[in-house]
Design a protein around this ligand. Structure first.
Ligand code: BGC
Length: 789
């Protein structure tokens, strides 16, 4: 029931190309959204796609994952246990600005006479290029070529190669390479869109170090309240036959190296700017400056070409593990969108070490750089099957927050641990508890991802060393949160929670939450028994540390058995919660398209009163725990909930498409995949300017792999039930399973399973075992039988 129409990006903005996002004309109208589209990052460091010249700009953006300011949340009316400390990812020192003057005429994109312009995000290379031919007022033809990378190989490093050449005559060039600590973080947010970031009223980044040595500058800052520290260092390498000189200036919050170049016609001036960021929660700024100097030393020694080679090597590895080739709608656009989505997931996740992944990655400020369930439910499947090390880092990060989760549970008068709905530091940062803290399902989402990770990778060690402890504490929370109902039916109920659908809040027995909690409890019981059998000494140590008694495990087993899952016998569907079906149905007929998303046009109370859904809830349950539903139930649930779902959250359409595939609603499935796949390039939600929808990007991959190819992996059994809709010609993708690589090749009437790496793998095709070995690595199966709608 998504109301938005997908509008094609006008051809002149992003021409079709499988591997590139190309902009052929400078387009001020799309400046804000292009800053997101052309963003570069590596999961630690991210740059918005601002132009090198620094202006024009809508949102200047340089972000370090997890680098934040804290502030006391002000409530008009506070109450016990409300989240106290807001956390906001900061916009840090902008080092990417390089200004150009030719015979004193500034190069300014909006007014420049551009003879040619081309900006290319090359997803194969992992680089952003820009090629411009500018004619100055006096007729000098200036070619300006830039290449920008944020290195995947070197976590703290970015670089820009800025090359200027005057083609037809000599000229005097001024090239000014700048650094600037932003002040935009001060001032008020207009508060109209709750998804946007906040602004501060105080100076956030306090200057601590500024020093310059020839062409090298270091600026160090400390964050006012969070006390985090950061150093940003830049150094320059010049390659030219032109004569030039430079002057350096350095202040507390800014610096510049200004090059004066006597350029000969056709003789280029090539400036390579290396940019290095180090940040910390505890190290002094001076130490970070020292680290930055060392990183700069080695960059200057190795040079730009080496950096580019490293980037290419990394990208080759990425695409060989992750590429999704799809000819689905007889168009090229979808292929471009799919790669774009995977590339942005890479940019959000590649070097996350000790942090999570923000809802917009490092491309914008919406949702304040907070980590949500987006990571575990929408990104983890892709990461587990393509980059298991990254998946492990993310789980280890959650583990590192376990103590805070224990503390939070105590605050909410609960046993065990409660992970925060949204956070950077591990403390709950959601100021709107009804759609925040109340989403207790976050606990079960994390455990769901843990289980998938362990089952797909076979990393039992991780389960025993880290997972088991998380399982104990999350299981305790559920056991303590719910209760045996007094209705005489011996059922375990969970009251006063919010499920994934944020248009319905604080309800009793949200079906999704209860099912996921049951799964959490079951996995806890299963894993602890396994641990006890396989590693009794570790089990004993853990039991000691956590005060675990065997009776507790038995109790969890019983609760799981008795967990109440709402079911309406008359309709034959799972009500979203105890009250949902009693509510009035939202008047969709008379809701103008301009009133979506509803959250920007109606008070939450109005929305809560109706059967109207923001995003997949029961349908999400049917995807994650599909084996718990019969096909007939799935169909009835889908038919009931799909028309009630607005898709106001970008996290919705991908999940509905997976179920639509399973149910054989192929047209609907294809329509829904398109929403997810095109979400950012076609700006389906109208807010790409605020950052890329990273969860939906992961959802696109799931829609193809779990939807179209019908992967199901519950319990580690890998099975496929592919359905290639009539329009689709070919889809292929690799999956890493327990260290082996399987490739699926779906063509019109057949699917081929190819073991590309590894010795021995058994998977299932529509229930039938397919055994692949090094000697017989490939099997082809017909798709004719299940192709019809
Ligand atoms: C969705 C949440 C999601 C958050 C961040 C909200 O609009 O309702 O499910 O976690 O955005 O992406």
């Amino acid at each position: 029931m998504i109301k938005k129409k997908i509008t094609l990006p006008p051809e002149h903005i992003y021409p079709l190309d499988d591997w590139k996002i190309i902009q052929q004309k400078f387009a001020p109208k799309y400046l804000a959204q292009d800053e997101t589209v052309f963003a570069t990052g590596n999961g630690y460091l991210g740059f918005r796609g601002n132009h090198e010249e620094g202006t024009p700009v809508i949102q200047r953006g340089t972000y370090i994952n997890g680098f934040h300011e804290q502030w006391p949340i002000q409530y008009g009316e506070s109450a016990y246990g409300f989240a106290k400390t807001g956390q906001t990812m900061l916009n840090v020192t902008d080092s990417k600005v390089i200004r150009l003057y030719v015979d004193d005429e500034p190069f300014y994109l909006p007014t420049a006479d551009l003879k040619s312009y081309r900006r290319v995000l090359d997803m194969k290379e992992g680089a952003l290029h820009r090629e411009i031919l500018w004619e100055t007022a006096s007729g000098k033809q200036v070619s300006i070529n830039t290449t920008r990378i944020v290195s995947f190989e070197h976590r703290h490093v970015a670089a820009i190669c800025y090359e200027v050449k005057v083609l037809n005559t000599p000229a005097k060039l001024i090239v000014s390479s700048k650094m600037r600590c932003p002040t935009e973080d001060m001032g008020e947010n207009d508060g109209k869109d709750p998804r946007k970031s906040r602004k501060f009223n105080h100076n956030v980044l306090l200057p601590r170090v500024n020093r310059v040595d020839q062409q090298r500058v270091l600026l160090g800052h400390e964050v006012h309240t969070s006390k985090m520290t950061i150093a940003c260092g830049v150094d320059h390498e010049i390659q030219t036959k032109n004569s030039y000189s430079y002057k350096s200036e350095c202040y507390e919050d800014s610096a510049k190296i200004v090059y004066t170049v006597h350029a000969q016609a056709q003789e280029s001036f090539r400036l390579i700017k290396y940019m290095v960021y180090h940040s910390s929660r505890s190290s002094p700024v001076t130490e970070l400056c020292g680290r930055s100097e060392r990183t700069l030393d080695s960059l200057m020694q190795e040079g730009f070409d080496k950096l580019i080679q490293g980037q290419q090597h990394f990208m080759d590895g990425f695409w060989s593990r992750c590429d999704l080739k799809a000819n689905m709608y007889n168009d090229k656009r979808t292929q471009q969108c799919l790669r774009f989505n995977l590339f942005h997931i890479l940019q959000a996740s590649a070097r996350v070490e000790g942090t999570g992944i923000g809802a917009r990655g490092l491309t914008g400020e919406a949702y304040e750089g907070h980590y949500f369930w987006d990571t575990e439910i929408y990104l983890m499947p892709f990461l587990i099957y393509t980059s298991p090390k990254v998946a492990k880092n993310l789980l280890r990060f959650r583990y590192s927050l376990l103590d805070k989760a224990r503390k939070r549970a105590r605050e909410l008068n609960q046993k065990g641990a409660l992970f925060p709905w949204r956070t950077i530091t591990g403390d709950e940062a959601s100021a709107f508890f009804a759609a925040g803290t109340a989403q207790y399902h976050i606990n079960a989402d994390i455990i769901y991802a843990l289980r998938k990770y362990v089952e797909v990778t076979g990393d039992e060690e991780f389960l025993f060393e880290y997972g088991a402890e998380m399982l104990i504490e999350t299981a305790r929370l559920w056991a303590d949160l719910g209760f045996y109902s007094q209705n005489g039916k011996d059922e375990f109920h969970i009251h006063g929670v919010t499920g994934p659908d944020e248009y319905t809040a604080i309800v009793n027995n949200n079906a999704f939450t209860n099912m996921m909690a049951r799964e959490n409890l079951r996995y806890a019981v299963e894993s602890l028994k396994l641990l006890q059998g396989k590693r009794p000494e570790r089990f004993e140590a853990l039991a000691q540390e956590t005060g675990l008694a065997n009776a507790e495990i038995d109790e969890w087993e019983k609760i799981a058995e008795k967990m109440y899952i709402p079911y309406d016998m008359e309709k034959g569907i799972h009500p979203q919660d105890d009250e949902f079906l009693k509510k009035e149905i939202w008047d969709f007929e008379n809701t103008p398209t301009s009133h979506y998303p509803l959250l920007l046009h109606y008070h939450p109370l109005v929305i809560y009163r109706f059967q109207v859904i923001k995003q997949a809830d029961v349908v999400m349950g049917m995807f994650l725990l599909g084996h718990e539903f019969s096909q007939a139930q799935k169909k009835r649930n889908f038919d009931y909930y799909d028309p009630l779902t607005t898709g106001d959250s970008s996290l919705s359409s991908c999940v509905y498409s997976i179920l639509a595939f399973e149910l054989g609603y192929l047209d609907r499935a294809m329509e829904l995949i398109k929403y997810a796949a095109w979400m950012d390039l076609a700006d389906v939600g109208g807010n790409v300017k605020d950052g890329a929808h990273i969860a939906s990007m992961g959802g696109t991959w799931m829609a193809i792999v779990y939807g179209l190819a019908g992967l199901r992996d519950y319990g580690g059994k890998i099975s496929f039930n592919p359905k290639l809709p009539p329009k689709a010609q070919e889809v292929r993708f690799p999956l890493t399973i327990r260290g082996q690589m399987l490739e699926l090749i779906l063509q019109k009437d057949a699917v081929t399973y190819l073991l590309k790496k590894g010795d021995d793998l058994t998977i299932y095709h529509t229930g039938e075992a397919v055994h692949l070995t090094k000697k017989h690595p490939s099997k082809t199966k017909s798709l004719i039988a299940n192709a019809s709608e």
